[in-house]
Design a protein around this ligand. Structure first.
Ligand SMILES: Cc1cc2nc3c(=O)[nH]c(=O)nc-3n(C[C@H](O)[C@H](O)[C@H](O)COP(=O)(O)OP(=O)(O)OC[C@H]3O[C@@H](n4cnc5c(N)ncnc54)[C@H](O)[C@@H]3O)c2cc1C
Length: 257
C-alpha cells in the first residue's frame, strides 16, 4: 500500500540544502553567464520557480541569494541558472569571477508556487521581461516547447542594447518554430543599423500593440527590475486585463521580491 507523506514532510525534504556541482558554464552576454549544476536530489520543478544559492566563507560568513531556474522541468538531473554580474554585487561577482566547472555550491529548492506556469494552465500567454527578468520566462518557453504546447504566446523583452539580449539565438529559433510563439524586442539604449523593432522603454502604447492579438483572456507573467514590473502590471490593468491574471516577480536588491 502506498503511504502518502504529509505535505509538510515533503516540503522539508525538498528544501534541504544540497551540494551541487557545476558541470557547464556558458557566457551569454558580456555580463551574463549560465551555470549548469548537477543536483544530486533533483526533483521536477515548475517553470518560474527558483533556487536559493548559499556561499560560505572560510570564517563561516554566509551570503544567500535567489536565482530563477532557466531550464525547463524536462531537463532532468540538472538545473540551469542564468546570472547577471552586478558590478558591486557580493554574490553575483563571486559566481562570475570564481566559479568554474567542477566547483561545488550549496543550493536549495525548487521554491515558489505563484509565479509559475505549466502547459496545462493554458493561455494565451503574455510574457514581459526586462534584462535578466527573462530567466523564469525562458523556463516557461522551454517547457512550452518541450511539452508540445501550442498555446498562443507573445514575449515582450526589453534589453539595454542588442548585445545585452540574453538567449538571443534561442529566442529567434522559438519565434520561427511555427508553434504560435512570437518574440518582440525593445532596446532602450541604442540599436543596431536596420533595427526594425521597438527602441524605447515599455509604455502603454507598446503594451496595447503587443497584447492586441492575444485578447483580454490572457495570462501575463512580468519579471525584471521593480520599476518595469510595476509600470507593466499597472499598464495591463489600465488596458482591461483583470489584475488576477497578471503575475509579477521583482528581481530586487538582496533577494526581496
Ligand atoms: C525570486 C528571485 C529570482 C531571481 N532570479 C535571478 C536570476 O535568474 N538572475 C539574476 O541575475 N538575478 C536574479 N535575482 C536577483 C538575485 O537574487 C540577486 O539579488 C542579484 O544577483 C544581486 O546579488 P549580489 O549579491 O550580486 O548583489 P548585492 O550585493 O545584493 O547588491 C549589490 C548592489 O546591487 C543592487 N542590486 C541588488 N540586486 C539587484 C538587481 N537584481 N538588479 C539591480 N541592482 C541590484 C543592490 O542594491 C546593491 O547596490 C533574483 C531575485 C529573486 C528575488
Amino acid at each position: 500500500m502506498a503511504i502518502e507523506l504529509p505535505r509538510a514532510v515533503t516540503r522539508r525534504r525538498i528544501l534541504e540544502w544540497q551540494i551541487c556541482t557545476v558541470v557547464k558554464v556558458k557566457q551569454e552576454t558580456n555580463t551574463v553567464k549560465t551555470f549548469t549544476l548537477e543536483v544530486p536530489k533533483w526533483v521536477p520543478h515548475q517553470a518560474g520557480q527558483h533556487y536559493d544559492v548559499r556561499l560560505t566563507a572560510p570564517d563561516g560568513y554566509q551570503a544567500q541569494r535567489s536565482y530563477s531556474i532557466a531550464s525547463g522541468p524536462e531537463q532532468k538531473g540538472v538545473i540551469e541558472l542564468t546570472i547577471e554580474r552586478l558590478v558591486e554585487g557580493e554574490v553575483s561577482t563571486y559566481l562570475h569571477d570564481v566559479l568554474i566547472v567542477g566547483d561545488q555550491v550549496e543550493l536549495r529548492g525548487p521554491i515558489g508556487g505563484y509565479f509559475v506556469w505549466e502547459a496545462a494552465m493554458g493561455g494565451p500567454l503574455l510574457l514581459v521581461a526586462g534584462g535578466s527578468g527573462i530567466v523564469p520566462l525562458m523556463a516557461m518557453l522551454r517547457h512550452r516547447q518541450a511539452s508540445g504546447s501550442q498555446v498562443p504566446a507573445r514575449l515582450l523583452y526589453s534589453s539595454r542594447t542588442y548585445e545585452d539580449i540574453i538567449y538571443r539565438a534561442e529566442l529567434d529559433q522559438l519565434h520561427h518554430d511555427g508553434s504560435g510563439m512570437e518574440v518582440i524586442h525593445t532596446l532602450t539604449r541604442g540599436r543596431p543599423l536596420g533595427w526594425n523593432s521597438y527602441h524605447r522603454r515599455i509604455d502603454l502604447q507598446m503594451l496595447e500593440e503587443v497584447i492586441r492579438p492575444l485578447g483580454n483572456g490572457l495570462i501575463a507573467y512580468v519579471c525584471g527590475p521593480t520599476a518595469l514590473v510595476e509600470g507593466v502590471a499597472n499598464g495591463l490593468v489600465v488596458l482591461g486585463i483583470a489584475a488576477e491574471r497578471v503575475r509579477t516577480e521583482r528581481f530586487g536588491p538582496t533577494g526581496v521580491t
